[in-house]
Design a protein around this ligand. Structure first.
Ligand SMILES: Nc1ncnc2c1ncn2[C@@H]1O[C@H](COP(=O)(O)OP(=O)(O)O)[C@@H](O)[C@H]1O
Ligand SMILES: [Mg+2]
Length: 342
């Protein structure tokens, strides 16, 4: 079954139309985004929609293979190539023949392998470890990383030539906290899937619980949301998830909430979209951590401006009415800004 990518927010609509276009080509793509944003899922979709879709999709997690084994894992080895190479073995390039090789966590690829990968990308040939016969590779490469490769290039941790070769078309998946309107769609999707698979009864979410889920930061993005839904389904199947059912870390978000910062898809009784928390509510509370509150506000404004202007700092700064240098200073200080926006 073809993978779907749930989301109706502007950045996801744009992403999906980009997917349609790039699927038709054979271009190398670099998919960036925080962990759990859906990089592998998008890669699979691109593969399935491409002319290579009937051939294999082979994922390799470059960060999970010990350095000494990566070369033979990718390119295969001949019998006796090294101690332990008892038999000849096919590499992932060979397994992906005609299809797509997904190089996940490409930022973890050691420099020595980066040279070899660049060669395959340019010449479409490689050799097995211990072999001398050049082998042709008919493979499309999709790479992904949660790291800022440009930064790694500046620090000499990633080869510049490989970076440019990979990022012919950059595909960035924004973190969930910057596409709040997708949250309720994703909750619904995972609940429906659970029920369809006959695993149990659905859950509903009270407006208060949903509202709070929409204001949470989701550091683990969709993966975190998916796991949380599963937990609700197990514990509350057939019932309504109330505010008090949410884990502590999510309930904690109220201490530094931005007024109107994140648009909430939960309509109030008037049918108008309800802003997450207004200042009046906040001032009625016990006390306010004003510095933390302002920092959050500043961060949200900066993030939204950067997203709106696709990371263009000059335009984002002009929009915010501050100097570009001031914006850069602020970015250095603020934690938790998506590295891709820096
Ligand atoms: N838009 C989406 N719609 C449905 N499921 C999604 C979506 N994005 C991510 N997922 C699911 O969330 C989990 C994490 O996605 P994954 O592609 O592995 O993230 P990443 O590779 O960026 O860490 C997977 O189970 C994936 O199927
Ligand atoms: Mg992944």
């Amino acid at each position: 079954m073809a993978a779907t990518f749930i989301g109706g927010s502007d950045p996801i609509r744009q992403l999906l139309s980009l997917v349609e276009r790039v699927a038709r080509t054979d271009s190398t793509l670099l998919i960036t985004g925080e962990s759990g944003t859906g990089k592998e899922r998008i890669a699979r979709m691109i593969h399935e929609k491409s002319p290579r879709g009937r051939h294999p999709f082979v994922p390799v997690n470059c960060g999970a293979i010990p350095e000494g084994l990566i070369e033979s894992e990718l390119f295969g080895h001949e019998k006796g190539a090294f101690t332990g190479a008892v038999n000849q073995r096919s590499g992932r390039f060979e397994l992906a023949e005609g299809g797509t090789l997904f190089l996940d966590e490409i930022g973890e690829l050691p420099l020595s392998l980066q040279v070899k990968l660049l060669r395959v990308l340019q010449e479409k040939i490689y050799e097995r470890v211990g072999g001398s016969q050049p082998r042709k590779a008919n493979v499309r490469i999709l790479a992904a990383t949660h790291r800022n490769l440009e930064q790694m290039v500046r620090e000499d941790l990633f080869r510049e030539d490989l970076f440019y070769r990979l990022s012919v078309i950059p595909v960035d998946i924004p973190p969930l906290r910057l596409r709040v309107t997708d949250i309720s769609l994703l909750l619904e999707f995972f609940v429906a899937r659970w029920v369809e698979e006959g695993r149990g009864e659905p859950v509903r979410f009270s407006p208060e619980a949903l509202n709070r889920l929409c204001r949470y930061e989701w550091p683990g993005n969709i993966r975190e949301l998916e796991n949380l839904v599963e937990r609700f389904l197990v514990l509350k199947g057939g019932e309504t998830v109330e505010l008090s059912d949410l884990p502590e870390k999510i309930l904690g978000v109220d201490s530094a909430t931005v007024p109107g910062g994140a648009e909430s898809p939960v309509p109030d009784t008037s049918g108008r979209p309800k802003r997450s928390l207004d200042l009046a509510d906040l001032l009625d509370g016990e006390s306010i951590d004003m510095p933390a509150y302002f920092l959050r506000l500043e961060r949200t404004m900066i993030e939204k401006a950067l997203v709106r202007f696709s990371g263009n700092k000059t335009r984002a700064a002009a929009f915010l009415g501050i100097n570009r240098t001031t914006l850069i200073e602020k970015l250095k200080r603020l934690e938790g800004i998506s590295p891709d926006l820096l």
